[in-house]
Design a protein around this ligand. Structure first.
Ligand code: PLP
Length: 395
């Protein structure tokens, strides 16, 4: 038995990159509000603007299209509510009221849309198939001039399915509808073309790519307008107020650069490990079901359902054996909820609860995969024995 811990939860958060930590420390050692006019303020402003330019260049967008936020959640909320409120000003029943959304969005989008729905805004949920791909025909048929926003994530954080973003963007462009895509899990994993015609905004998060927690961006088309979430100094293009965190932004720029320049090599490495892990797991547990699209899939995602097991039990047993992963779904009030993503894909709630997500990074190794495969048989055996009475009682 070794003490080495195997961390395979990089989709939740990943390690701070040494170069990003260095950039953060150098910037944090300096005082200065980027909005101040004195020398220290101007130095901080220069750092923010240089970081913005670097990110814009890496992503192929204009610097003015990079709106810094506190992370992916804020970027998603800003886009979803901002476009919805623009089309349907509060209490005024605007002409663009409908929202088209996929039902497998991260909670940062999903709960924002559900909240708007509770406020009376009409929402249509775009069906997804058993692999988690949105129904393009449905989407095209329901796009019209009364749609305030279409929101479909670039790649799913639970099951890893990649959406046909270029086709969705083209359809939205044709209909003149703003299209927001949450690319938090896609950055660094997939080649991202943020200049796609019809793509209006994209959410990014720093801590998924080696920047500190608490920084991210909304990439917002220069011609797009939206209603701000919070009011104040209007620091970020008048759509986002609040003093920006210059040190975290400097670190974010370093991480974006690494993510983009290393993407091809990282993706190939992760895909090789992913396929080994999938093959190994299905070899050990022939009734295990790999969820999501096996082809259009995030290179670092392995999401598996083990029928007859509880995901939470599997997770804790793996943790005790030194392997850290996730069930992939949110757990509220201590009661394990079946994943809304799997439910939308047609998996029955009881089966859905027996799921695990292993998420790799470019620093993951063959030894990490070997360790999972080494401990898994005993873990599955114990989890099946522990879980089955509870599962039976819930039927
Ligand atoms: N969107 C997706 C797809 C995510 O996976 C996450 C985080 O898990 C978020 C949004 C939220 O990002 P943040 O943690 O930066 O708020």
């Amino acid at each position: 038995m070794t003490d080495r811990r195997v961390y395979l939860d990089h989709a939740a958060t990943t390690r701070l990159l040494p170069a990003a930590a260095q950039a953060w420390a150098a910037a944090a050692a300096q005082v200065g509000n980027p909005s101040s006019l004195h020398t220290s303020g101007r130095r901080a402003r220069r750092l923010v603007e240089e970081s913005r330019e670097s990110i814009a260049e890496d992503l192929g967008v204009r610097p003015s299209e990079v709106v810094f936020t506190s992370g992916g959640t804020e970027a998603d909320n800003l886009a979803v509510k901002g476009f919805a409120w623009l089309g349907d000003p509060l209490g005024r029943q605007g002409s663009r009221r409908r929202i088209l959304a996929s039902p497998i969005e991260h909670h940062a989008v999903l709960d924002a849309v559900l909240w708007l729905q509770e406020q009376g805004q009409p929402v249509e949920w775009i069906p997804v198939d058993a692999l988690g791909r949105v129904d393009l025909d449905y989407l095209q048929q329901h796009l019209d001039s009364d749609v305030a926003l279409c929101t479909v994530m670039w790649a799913n954080n639970e099951v890893g399915t990649v959406q046909p973003v270029a086709d969705i963007a083209a359809a939205c462009r044709e209909a003149g509808v703003p299209f927001h895509s949450d690319a938090v899990q896609a950055l660094g994993a997939l080649p991202l073309d943020l200049t796609l015609p019809g793509l209006t905004s994209v959410a990014l998060s720093g801590h998924k790519i080696g920047a500190p927690v608490g920084v991210g961006a909304l990439i917002l088309d220069r011609d797009a307008a939206l209603v701000p979430l919070q009011h104040g100094g209007g620091q970020e293009r008048e759509v986002r107020s609040g003093t920006v965190d210059a040190a975290s932004i400097a670190a974010f720029a370093v991480a974006v650069h690494e993510a983009v320049t290393e993407q091809v090599v990282s993706a190939a490495h992760m895909a090789m490990l992913r396929d080994r892990l999938i093959e190994g797991i299905t070899g050990l547990a022939p009734d295990a079901v790999v969820n999501g699209d096996l082809v259009d899939r995030l290179p670092g995602n392995v999401h598996v359902t083990f029928p007859g097991c509880e995901g939470d039990a599997l997770l804790m047993l793996l943790d005790a054996a030194g392997v850290e992963c996730s069930t992939g779904s949110a757990c509220t009030s201590g009661i394990p909820e079946p994943s809304h993503v799997l439910i939308a894909m047609g998996v029955d709630p009881r089966t859905a609860r027996g799921s695990l997500r292993f998420s790799l990074s470019r620093n993951s190794t063959d030894a990490d995969v070997d360790r999972v495969l080494e401990v898994l048989p005993a873990v599955l055996d114990r989890a099946a024995r522990a879980s089955s009475p509870r599962l039976r009682s819930r039927v």
